[in-house]
Design a binder for this molecule. Structure first.
Ligand SMILES: NC(=O)c1ccc[n+]([C@@H]2O[C@H](COP(=O)([O-])OP(=O)(O)OC[C@H]3O[C@@H](n4cnc5c(N)ncnc54)[C@H](OP(=O)(O)O)[C@@H]3O)[C@@H](O)[C@H]2O)c1
Length: 288
């Protein structure tokens, strides 16, 4: 199998290294392309046998799967570069939520899917969101879900739910680690426990809580009931959370949805100007 990765930045490298460590892919399966060469050269040094492609089109040509791991505003230029070598039989994967499947289907003949990964795949855990375009066949889904299950738990998803799902699965590790950091800092400042000790306790607690909510089969409510006996210490703490966190999560969801809508609007304009029939330039100073 030939698998191309266009973009070997943070997420591209993470996926490549996770697939290699899991044994799902071998270096000789991989054809890499990146705007600057240093990141690929490092990967090629670390994993002999990886193919360093001369450019994006070379990587994409003949690959069974083409993962595009660039930021959303770089998609139009990447698509313009690889469009002419892509075939109906190939699978093109976007790993970013504002790039809609229809945007890519309008531009290339290939089968389009979105797979939204998570930093948690570094340790072969967390959910990967799998969203399929209409050209994707059942055997393609099987192939992609088998590949993703080597490093994560693949969850098929509707495109309309991708934003909120990736708030949880992809942004979630940052949100939760922020809470852990604030909690450990307060514990250290108020009680004298050291920050490293508080962080180790928090991390182990988080790992165990995740396992109870997955393989342990508990719901969040059941877990709270198991720990918080009436009149006990935990119940006091839960009452504070109940009172002080009112409105926090709706505001968080509103903020991420608002940012997503703005990204989507700017991306639609970029894709329109990069369409094969468009005469305009794609060079716009748009950061996402
Ligand atoms: N971070 C997460 O947890 C997470 C989770 C899910 C999805 N994502 C998505 O993953 C995508 C990539 O994010 P990232 O954090 O990996 O970004 P990143 O570290 O900036 O990597 C993007 C890579 O794309 C390369 N690139 C830019 N334009 C290119 C072009 N025309 N041709 C080839 N390569 C090009 C860049 O090359 P240079 O070396 O020249 O800069 C860079 O190495 C984003 O869309 C993000 O939404 C991220």
């Amino acid at each position: 199998m030939k698998v191309a990765f266009i973009g070997t930045g943070s997420m591209g490298s993470l996926l490549i290294e996770a697939f290699l460590r899991s044994g799902a892919l071998y270096p000789h399966n991989l054809y890499l392309s990146n705007r600057s060469k240093d990141k690929i050269e490092l990967l090629a040094l670390r994993y002999p046998g990886i193919h360093v492609s001369a450019n994006n089109a070379d990587a994409a040509q003949g690959s069974d799967i083409v993962f595009i791991c660039v930021k959303p505003h770089h998609f139009p230029e990447v698509i313009a570069e690889i469009r002419s070598v892509l075939l109906e039989s190939q699978l093109v994967i976007s790993i970013t939520s504002p790039v809609l499947i229809s945007m890519l289907e309008n531009q290339v003949p290939s089968k389009i899917a979105k797979i939204i990964p998570s930093v948690t795949h570094t340790v072969h855990s967390g959910a990967s969101l799998c969203i399929y375009g209409e050209r994707v066949q059942p055997e393609d889904r099987l192939l992609l879900e088998q590949l993703m299950s080597s490093i994560s738990r693949p969850i098929p998803m509707k495109e309309s739910e991708t934003r909120i799902a990736s708030d949880i699965s992809s942004c979630g590790p940052a949100f939760i680690s922020f809470i852990v950091q604030q909690w450990a800092r307060a514990a250290a400042q108020m009680t004298g426990i050291s920050m490293p000790e508080a962080l180790i306790l928090s991390a182990e607690m988080l790992l165990g809580t995740g396992r109870l909510l997955t393989e342990g089969g508990l719901t969040p409510e059941q877990l709270q009931r198991r720990v918080a006996v009436p009149g006990g210490v935990t119940a006091e703490g839960l009452a504070i959370l109940e009172e002080r966190l009112q409105g926090v999560f709706p505001s968080l969801i509103e903020a991420t949805q608002r940012k997503h809508e703005a990204d989507l609007e700017r991306l639609t304009v970029l894709f329109e100007s990069a369409a094969p029939e468009a005469t305009g330039t794609t060079e716009q100073n748009t950061e996402f």
